[in-house]
Write a protein that binds this ligand. Structure first.
Ligand code: CA
Length: 228
């Protein structure tokens, strides 16, 4: 099924260029030249957008106001929003992110960059919404904190489970030691990274045959590569 991308942008050149390129990339772009129309299209229950690209400077209802309204609605409360603005003003960026925008692009931008960011946000959202991971050998239920390897239950501590979850949700990418410490132990953690290595070792041991799903990237961190 084609994914709807709602583009709320009053400048016809930009809107047309985004429309043309998203269509070519296999999306179904919808254009709204005002915040009011954007709100109406975003709340179309039969055809809700998968992602919204939102210009901040709009006639009538501003991009910020529209973002606030969208976040309050059940249908669009979690729809990813990427904001566009002509200004690189830090305060706008912070305000936008605080209102719940997922990303921020400063004009002038390249259409390629916008498409790449849209794909990245959609991938992230997709991963976050998946309640389970499964490959040929291992299964992980994120809601129940249940892990099995070759149909055998694996008992993990909370920290080990959090480590495994973070690696799976970023699968294919290297997670640096510091990122893992920040995400699993919190930003207040100042201990040394050996704690992490010890936990990874224990996690691999407990996973047994599935332990090889975590690859060591020497000098940097770890990467989840799936069980083979
Ligand atoms: Ca504008």
């Amino acid at each position: 099924m084609l994914q709807n991308i709602l583009i709320v942008e009053d400048e016809p050149d930009i809107a047309e260029s985004l429309h043309y390129n998203f269509k070519r990339e296999g999306f179904r772009p919808l254009i709204a030249e005002s915040g009011e129309k954007g709100l109406r299209l975003a709340l179309d229950e039969k055809n809700p957008p998968s992602l919204i690209i939102l210009d901040l400077m709009l006639p009538g209802m501003s991009g910020m106001e529209l973002c606030r309204r969208l976040r309050r609605e059940a249908l669009t409360g979690n729809t990813p929003i990427i904001m566009l603005t002509a200004k690189a003003a830090e305060t706008d960026k912070i305000a936008g992110l605080e209102l719940g925008a997922d990303d921020y692009i400063v004009k002038p931008f390249s259409v390629k960059e916008v498409i790449a960011r849209v794909r990245a946000v959609l991938r992230r959202v997709e991963k976050e919404s998946v309640p389970k991971y499964e490959d040929e050998k291992m299964s992980v239920d994120f809601a129940d904190m249940r892990v099995t390897c070759a149909t055998e239950d694996v008992k993990l501590t909370r920290k080990e489970f959090a480590l495994l979850s973070h690696l799976i949700k970023n699968s294919g990418r290297v997670a640096t030691r510091q990122q893992l410490l920040d995400n699993v132990w919190g930003y207040s953690y100042f201990g040394d990274t050996r704690t992490l290595d010890v936990h990874i070792r224990r996690l691999r041991q407990k996973l047994g045959d599935c332990g090889n799903c975590i690859e060591t990237v020497v000098g940097i961190g770890y990467r989840f590569i799936g069980c083979k």
